[in-house]
Design a protein around this ligand. Sequence first.
Ligand SMILES: [Zn+2]
Length: 238
Amino acid sequence: MTKINIKSVVKNIINGLFPPRCRGCGVSGEYLCGCCKKYISENMKASIIQEKGELFRARFLGFRDEILGEMVEEAKYYSVRGLFLEIAEVVYLGYFSKMTKESREEVVLVPMPTSRKHIRERGLDHMDMIAREIERLSGGEIRRVRLLSRAKDTVQVGASEKVRRKQAKEAVQINSAIDFGKYKDARVVILDDVWTTGASLTEAGRILKEAGILKVEALAITKNRPRKKPVIRQGEVD
Ligand SMILES: [Zn+2]
């Protein structure tokens, strides 16, 4: 028996009755209108989270409370295919399309494997879908390769940081069906939707390095905003 995702069915019925609205400006017709897509991607900054440890470099593209972050949350919650594809396009336009063709051709994009439980619930593997769409939008210049697979089904939502770290160590493994020698010198970019503590991505990086990949990066689409407010220097308005 096929399991039906009620949330997704309801959402799709609603979308059938009412055409989607732009998540940026509310204009009717698309999940993200051309104007908002252009604005978000042109202003997208690939901020560096860290440059040490298991990951050669970890970047994120926007905060969770911004439009792109809200789209990610909504797409995951309701498993809306169209929203995931818009997210992939914004990531492509805002990040990968700004690289040179030569750089794009070096990239091996590795989707962070999703737990089987979530894939069942959502009826789709959202990170693989996003990576696949980025590959398609790049005209094949970027290669999507599933170097990682899921080891044990753990779900990280709500778990404490300590538990998360432990779970991360058990969650991902290398995909044994792949010849890693082919990707040894590639620029391997692990793609994930949210950077929370970085535990899963760091662990994924460690596993890939152990498997012989020399340069492993992480790219998170969104990240939590820091809890502490930055210190604002006074007296700069004149
Ligand atoms: Zn718009």
